[in-house]
Design a protein around this ligand. Structure first.
Ligand SMILES: [Zn+2]
Length: 274
């Protein structure tokens, strides 16, 4: 298992700090990987441990038979507006969007899967149906008065490619798992602030070796001075055998997405409701 560099980082900027940009504030919280057992004797509550530890909270709030190897339970990116209202990104809410009833990938790729995984320990986990790839269609957690309305406006990606001063940048890991060395599933949110606006990408990357690559992206963009955010989500996916790109590209979430066909799109606009 490979450890990400940010996996060992422990930075706690505190809730009140953050980067201000016009009426917006971008708050990043980074902490360590959640342990794989209760850390607070939550099952026998005493006065000193009234609050559940992260492990027990995750167990209580998620009905998944297992969790990714690396969960950054305290990590968060929050985009707050001065009038109240925010959108934030956490591992708990991302994992709440994982299908806990159905193993959708096994159905769609059953033959390739069976062939590749014939005598693999990992395949046994598939017996109880849930999405063992931890694919999430999470789009961030909205707090009113920030709310979603339909729009035909699109994020101008060409404008974002123009080289500009980066006033603030950060990368926040939410969860990651190597699928017992059969690939990778990874959920990361990045934020970038430029003079012309701020840009957030929440990316879920899935690679099941010999089977498929899937990228679920949610992009947020707010031009400088605006009190709204455009939000675009997409699912891109292709069987690995159909991709004519080097293996190193397939393994790089930040490169491979542009080679994958879009199979789903969801576009809306976040506004402050008055
Ligand atoms: Zn506990």
């Amino acid at each position: 298992m490979s450890m990400t560099s940010s996996g060992e980082e422990v930075v706690s900027p505190g809730k009140d700090e953050g980067f201000r940009f016009g009426d917006w504030k971008l708050v990043v919280v980074k902490s360590h990987i959640m342990g794989s057992a209760c850390t607070n004797s939550c099952s026998s509550p005493t006065e000193s441990n009234q609050q559940l530890c992260n492990f027990c909270r995750y167990e209580q709030e998620l009905s998944l038979p297992s969790l990714p190897d690396m969960v950054f339970a305290d990590n968060m990116l929050e985009v707050q507006h001065a009038e109240g209202g925010s959108i934030n990104f956490t591992a708990l809410d991302a994992l709440k969007c994982v299908n806990n009833q159905q193993d959708t990938l096994q159905v769609a790729h059953a033959n390739a899967w069976k062939e590749a995984r014939a005598d693999c320990e990992f395949a046994k986990k598939v017996v109880k149906p849930y999405d063992w790839t931890y694919t999430t269609d999470y789009r961030g957690t909205l707090k009113p008065p920030l709310s979603s309305i339909p729009t035909t406006e699109r994020i101008d990606l060409d404008k974002l490619r123009v080289r500009e001063e980066i006033k603030f940048y950060d990368e926040v890991f939410l969860y990651e798992d190597e699928l017992d060395d059969n690939g990778s599933t990874r959920c990361v949110v990045k934020v970038r602030v430029m003079p012309s606006g701020f840009f957030v990408v929440l990316r879920h990357y899935l690679r099941v070796d010999m089977v498929l690559v899937r990228v679920n992206d949610t992009r947020l963009y707010s031009p400088a001075g605006a009190s709204y955010v455009l939000r675009e989500s997409s699912t891109r996916e292709a069987p690995i055998q159909s991709l004519e790109v080097p293996h190193s590209v397939i393994c790089d979430p930040d490169l491979v997405w542009q080679y994958l066909p879009v199979i789903r799109e969801d576009i809306d606009k976040l506004i402050i409701e008055s």
